[in-house]
Ligand binder design. Sequence first.
Ligand code: ADP
Length: 237
Amino acid sequence: MVEFKNVFYTYPNGQHALHNVNLEIADGEFVFVVGSNGAGKSTLIKLMLRELTATQGSVTVNGYNLSKLKQRKVPEFRRTIGVVFQDYRLIPELTVYDNVAFALRVTDAPKRYIRSRVPYVLSLVGLSHKAKSRPEDLSGGEQQRVALARALVNDPEIIIADEPTGNIDPQRSYEIVDLLHQINNCGTTVLMVTHQHELVKYFGGRIININTGSIVFNEVIGGQDGASGGQYETDEF
Ligand code: ADP
């Protein structure tokens, strides 16, 4: 669950990035966040991850009021979120298996659990056969699937994907969003930031458009694959 109430964010240099943002994302939703460069998308995500705190207003994510969250509680909070970045951020020296296992090891998960959980999430993203490979031996799409497995391994309540298909060729981009939809169908909330309007139009669903720090569009639209079941078509965003 994500809730922004009258949120403003101004950077220390005085740059206003978000202006009175109100937003609710319920558990189990799939949401695309779109907007041009400099619109405020990264700032919105940084507030959700508690990398920044709102200048004014309140941000609540997965039951944590981030405006009041104590620093020592931040790691516990972050474990409720899986994050996927455009540039994958895998550790080059580690195998696929160890990249995913690493995210569990840092939480002191029991070894037995790691041994069963890692193969499971690798099978979910279709990469069981690449467990022993290193990131450099994988395609961009495969590396992003590893990053997705790593985001999933702690069983987060929400996956936040920041331009996850930005470095991937268009055909593979659809596969990544398909995978995010499958993850969403199993109950995990998904928020995906993208520039690729063709993806948004194809899949449909809830679209949040940010423009110069304000939400200017927040509706469900129909997709072309019938997967998301939006209520109507629009060209507004
Ligand atoms: P987007 O992710 O949509 O491209 P951002 O959230 O990065 O947009 O930026 C929103 C606004 O905040 C822009 O005007 C940008 O120039 C400004 N901004 C972003 N990061 C910083 C920063 N660290 N310091 C000052 N201004 C920033």
